[in-house]
Design a binder for this molecule. Structure first.
Ligand SMILES: NC(=O)c1ccc[n+]([C@@H]2O[C@H](COP(=O)([O-])OP(=O)(O)OC[C@H]3O[C@@H](n4cnc5c(N)ncnc54)[C@H](O)[C@@H]3O)[C@@H](O)[C@H]2O)c1
Length: 402
């Protein structure tokens, strides 16, 4: 019997069959689940679903129809960020396990509503922070856990979002009413990694940034009839030659946040959407050393310094970054498999919905600060009763982010 005919397999629905939906193919590769349905109101959805997952899936225009039809065990929510809350809350109340793409939501109240629904129903909730499964993050976490740089005191992350024009300025991402802003939308990944590496959450932020380049491009188009791979090109260079930007562009294309974390740690995150190259550079400073990555996938390295020097290019030790030969896809496969292990076996997880909520709360506060003259903003803490409830129903709550 082939996997697709095995009725014992977890029955999965895909909510949103856009650019990111290909991620869900990993469930079929796992041999533990089969994709049986999709939800997407777009005219291209049926053809897109067939292209990605093969023919024979049942299609719905809304998640309520999917729930009413029954027969679904788990759903992958890969729809735009501002749709996450209502979709996830409905699914959780229907007892359908949820894999929710990051960011968990675009506001703190929406993120809290999702956590509350998971806590009150006990339905499994997993937020797909795939970066926690990237080899570069795993390598840095290992160095920290082995005590090679002492106790972590500061983390700085510079994010060169070279593909930013194509990825974030030609559709809903560019509209703050849909995404809140890119310090949250894109930054949620790295804010979560900063929390993960440090084992601490952010308490206070100041942000700064602006729309410094893309706002001057007047060539605009409603791209809702097509998906990002159709307009993506490395030939869109230099950045001012981009065409077909979203009609509304009111998010920042350069932004930075300073963070004060629990236990007196400090961090910063800087993001620019028009660099020629596309990668992240972290440095973590501890009481006995410093690490830094050069490249963030296979072929890159992480260097560690723990002797006094003026400048020593190669550091005291070097670690190859290995295990991401397939790039993003390898972390995606590990993340999807972690979700399946969590839902099917009750396994522990490296990711955490509470941590995901706290990344959003930090991104929201940073965005508010940035738009209020860099006024310091506290990060609203999560309700401890919700965390406790999630822990008792075996959610990957992760009271500590590390
Ligand atoms: N973890 C990662 O590395 C990563 C990478 C890319 C995107 N994402 C996340 O994945 C999600 C999807 O992003 P994308 O780039 O695929 O967006 P997209 O715009 O390409 O696709 C979204 C799809 O959802 C559909 N949709 C809209 N409203 C819907 C609704 N109410 N119900 C069902 N479907 C609906 C749209 O028609 C579209 O086909 C976002 O939350 C994004 O932040 C995460």
């Amino acid at each position: 019997m082939t996997g697709l005919l095995n009725p014992a397999l977890l029955r999965v629905a895909v909510v949103g069959v856009g650019a990111r939906a290909g991620l869900v193919r990993h469930v079929t590769d796992s041999g533990r689940a089969r994709i049986v349905a999709f939800v997407d109101p777009a005219p291209y959805a049926e053809a897109r679903a067939a292209d990605l997952f093969g023919r024979g899936l049942i299609g719905y225009r809304g998640v309520r129809q999917l729930i009413d039809a029954g027969g679904i065990d788990a759903a992958f929510v890969v729809s735009p960020d501002d749709t996450h809350a209502s979709i996830a809350v409905d699914l959780l109340h229907a007892g359908i396990a949820v894999y929710l793409e990051k960011p968990i939501a675009t506001t703190v109240s929406d993120a809290d509503a999702i956590l509350a629904a998971a806590a009150s129903t006990g339905t499994p909730l997993y937020v797909g922070h795939n970066m926690r499964h990237m080899a570069v993050v795993h390598t840095m976490k290992g160095i920290i856990n082995r005590g090679e740089i002492g106790d972590v005191k500061a983390i700085w992350c510079r994010h060169f979002v070279g593909n930013g024009g194509d990825y974030y300025f030609k559709d809903w991402h560019a509209d703050r009413s849909k995404s809140t802003g890119l310090l949250l939308q894109k930054g949620a990944h790295d804010i979560d990694v900063i929390h993960y590496l440090s084992g601490r959450y952010t308490q206070l932020v100041t942000g700064m940034g602006g729309l410094s380049l893309y706002g001057s491009i007047t060539d605009r188009r409603d791209n809702s009839d097509r998906l990002m791979p159709e307009w993506f090109s490395l030939e869109n260079w230099p950045p001012l030659t981009h065409k077909g930007l979203n009609p509304v562009v009111d998010v920042e294309d350069i932004s930075m946040v300073h963070m004060q974390l629990d236990a007196g740690l400090f961090a910063s995150y800087e993001q620019c959407h028009y660099t020629p190259d596309y990668w992240r550079n972290y440095t973590v400073i501890g009481t006995e050393g410093r690490l830094e990555n050069f490249g963030d996938s296979d072929g890159g390295i992480v260097r560690v310094w723990n002797h006094r020097v003026t400048y020593q290019r190669q550091g005291d030790r070097e670690y190859d970054i290995r295990g991401d030969a397939g790039g993003h896809g390898d972390a995606d496969a590990r993340t999807v498999n972690e979700f399946l292990d969590f839902v099917l076996d009750g396994a522990d997880t490296v990711t955490s919905p509470v941590a995901s909520r706290n990344a959003v709360a930090t991104g929201v506060a940073a965005t508010e600060s940035l738009r209020a003259g860099s006024m310091p903003m506290p990060v609203v803490p999560v309700d401890p009763a919700i965390v406790a409830r999630l822990e008792t129903c075996r959610q990957p709550a992760g009271e500590s982010p590390g």
